[in-house]
Design a protein around this ligand. Structure first.
Ligand code: F0G
Length: 429
C-alpha cells in the first residue's frame, strides 16, 4: 500500500531565496527565471529561516530530511532511493596515514554512482514542481549521468553539454543509456557551462541544473546530516573533499551549519561552533584556482585558462561556486591544497588495495592529500588531524572510469594459465 502523499501547507514561509553576497531577497518560486542576483551578480542561496515539521513518516534516504528541503509538495518527488551511502571506517589506511580515526563516505554507492544524485533528486523534483519540461547541464561526466537519469524518470527532456573527448567512458555511456540529448563542445568544461548558462538565461523553458542552482545544493547538504547520524550524533573534526566547481563543499558546510544553528530532529541538537568540522577542499594541481587562492590568503580566484588533470571530474579552471567554497573553507577554519595526478592515482590504488574501496580518480584526491601530509610528517593541519576524526568524501565510483586506472595495462598482459589446476598448482607451490 502506498501511503498518502502530503502537500506541505505553509512550508514555503520557512525558506527564503537570498543573494549569497549582498543578501537581496527574491521570490523563491521564481528561481529559473534568473540564475544570479540582479543587484550584484553573485550566486543565490536557499536559506531556512525557521524549522519546519511536516510530521510525515520519514523515508530512509535523502528525503528522510524532507522538512529541511525546500519542496512544497511530496507528490513532486523524483527519487531513485539516493543517499544513505556507507560510512566506512578505514583502520588499515588510518594506520598507514598515521591517523587515529579515518572514515570514507562512499558516495559512489548512489544510484548513478556519484554524490550528484543527492542534488539531482531535489533539483529535478523542483523542476517538476515548477512545471519545467526541459533540463540542461554542462558536465565533466557525473552531473550529466545523474541529471539524465532523474530527468528520464520524471519524463522530461534532458540536454547535456560535455567537453569533447574529456569525459570518462562509463559516464558518457550512462547519459546515452538514460536517453539524454548530448552535445559535445569543442572546448573545455568552462566553455560548456558558459554556453549552458547563456542558453538557460535566455530561454526560461529550460532549467539549468549545474551546482549554481541552489536547490540542487539543498539535496547535497544532506550528506552532513547522514555522517553525523552514522557517527552516532557526533560531528567529525575534519571533512576532506575533492573540489571542482566548489558546489559540494559549500553544500556540505551548509548542512553542518544548519545542524549547528538549529539542530536537526532525530540527529543532533544545536551544536556549539567549536564542534563544526573544518572543511578541507582538495583540487588537482593543473586545475587548482581555489587551492591557490587559499594558499595566497585571498578571497577571490584567478581562473585557470587551460586546466589539465587526468582526474577528469575536477578538470575545471573557472569554478562557478568559488565564492561559496572559499567561504566554507575560511569560515570553518579549514584549508585547501592541491595534489598531482601521480599522487591521485597512487591514492586511488592505495584505497582500493588496503580497504576494498574503488573510487574514481577525483574522489581519491582527499586521500592523496592526507598521504602527502603523512609523508611530510609535519605541518599544522597534519598535527591537528592526527588525533581526531577525519571523514573523506569519496564522491564517485571507480567503475565509471576504469581506463584512467588501467592506463597502459591491458588484460592480455595479465598472467595466463592453461585450463587445468596443475599449472596453477606449480605457480602457487
Ligand atoms: N568529485 C566528482 C566525482 C565529481 O564528479 C565532481 C564534480 C567533484 C568531485 C567536484 O564537485 O564541482 O561540486 O566541487 N563533477 C561535476 C560534473 C563538475 O559535471 O560531474 P564540485
Amino acid at each position: 500500500m502506498f501511503r498518502e502523499l502530503t502537500a506541505f501547507q505553509g512550508k514555503k514561509d520557512h525558506f527564503e531565496l537570498l543573494c549569497f553576497k549582498c543578501k537581496a531577497k527574491y521570490e523563491i518560486d521564481d528561481y529559473g527565471k534568473f540564475y544570479h542576483c540582479s543587484k550584484c551578480g553573485s550566486l543565490l542561496e536557499v536559506v531556512k529561516t525557521s524549522n519546519y515539521s511536516s510530521g510525515t513518516k520519514k523515508r530512509p534516504e535523502v528525503w528522510k530530511y524532507i522538512d529541511l528541503i525546500p519542496l512544497w509538495d511530496e507528490k513532486n518527488i523524483v527519487s531513485l532511493s539516493e543517499g544513505w551511502t556507507s560510512l566506512v571506517e578505514c583502520r588499515n589506511l588510518a594506520g598507514i596515514l598515521g591517523l587515529k580515526s579515518l572514515y570514507v563516505k562512499f558516495e559512489g554507492l548512489n544510484p548513478t554512482g556519484s554524490f550528484k544524485d543527492r542534488g539531482m533528486t531535489v533539483g529535478v523534483s523542483k523542476a517538476v514542481e515548477q512545471g519545467y519540461k526541459n533540463t540542461m547541464c554542462a558536465s565533466t561526466g557525473n552531473t550529466s549521468a545523474s541529471l539524465s537519469a532523474y530527468s528520464s524518470r520524471a519524463g522530461i527532456r534532458c540536454i547535456v553539454l560535455v567537453p569533447k573527448g574529456k569525459i570518462a567512458l562509463g559516464k558518457i555511456a550512462q547519459a546515452i543509456a538514460y536517453g539524454a540529448e548530448i552535445y559535445q563542445v569543442e572546448g573545455n568544461f568552462d566553455d560548456s557551462l558558459r554556453i549552458a548558462s547563456e542558453i538557460c538565461e535566455k530561454d526560461n523553458r529550460i532549467l539549468l541544473l549545474n551546482s549554481l542552482n541552489p536547490f540542487r545544493l539543498e539535496g547535497q547538504k544532506t550528506v552532513a546530516f547522514e555522517i553525523t547520524e552514522q557517527l552516532g550524533g557526533k560531528v567529525p573534526d575534519y571533512v576532506v573533499i575533492p573540489v571542482g566547481n566548489g558546489g559540494n563543499i559549500s553544500a556540505i558546510w551548509k548542512g553542518f551549519r544548519e545542524l549547528f544553528e538549529d539542530g536537526v530532529e532525530g540527529i543532533a541538537g544545536k551544536h556549539s561552533s567549536e564542534h563544526l568540522p573544518k572543511m578541507v577542499g582538495i583540487q588537482a594541481e593543473g586545475a587548482a584556482p581555489i587551492a591557490r587562492a587559499f594558499k595566497a590568503g585571498r578571497k577571490d580566484i584567478d581562473p585557470v585558462r587551460d586546466p589539465h588533470t587526468e582526474a577528469s571530474a575536477i578538470n575545471i579552471g573557472s569554478p562557478v561556486s568559488w565564492i561559496k567554497s572559499l567561504a566554507a573553507i575560511y569560515d570553518s577554519g579549514g584549508s585547501s591544497d592541491y595534489v598531482s595526478d601521480e599522487e591521485i592515482f597512487a591514492a586511488q590504488k592505495l584505497l582500493a588495495s588496503k580497504e576494498g574501496l574503488f573510487v574514481e580518480p577525483a574522489s581519491a584526491a582527499p586521500i592523496a592529500y592526507i598521504w602527502k601530509l603523512a609523508r611530510a610528517g609535519k605541518g599544522d593541519v597534519y598535527e591537528d588531524m592526527k588525533g581526531l576524526t577525519v571523514v573523506s568524501i569519496c564522491t564517485g565510483n571507480g567503475l565509471k572510469d576504469p581506463n584512467a586506472l588501467l592506463k597502459g595495462v591491458t588484460p592480455d598482459q595479465l598472467k595466463t594459465i592453461s585450463a587445468d589446476a596443475k599449472s596453477l598448482e606449480k605457480i602457487l607451490a
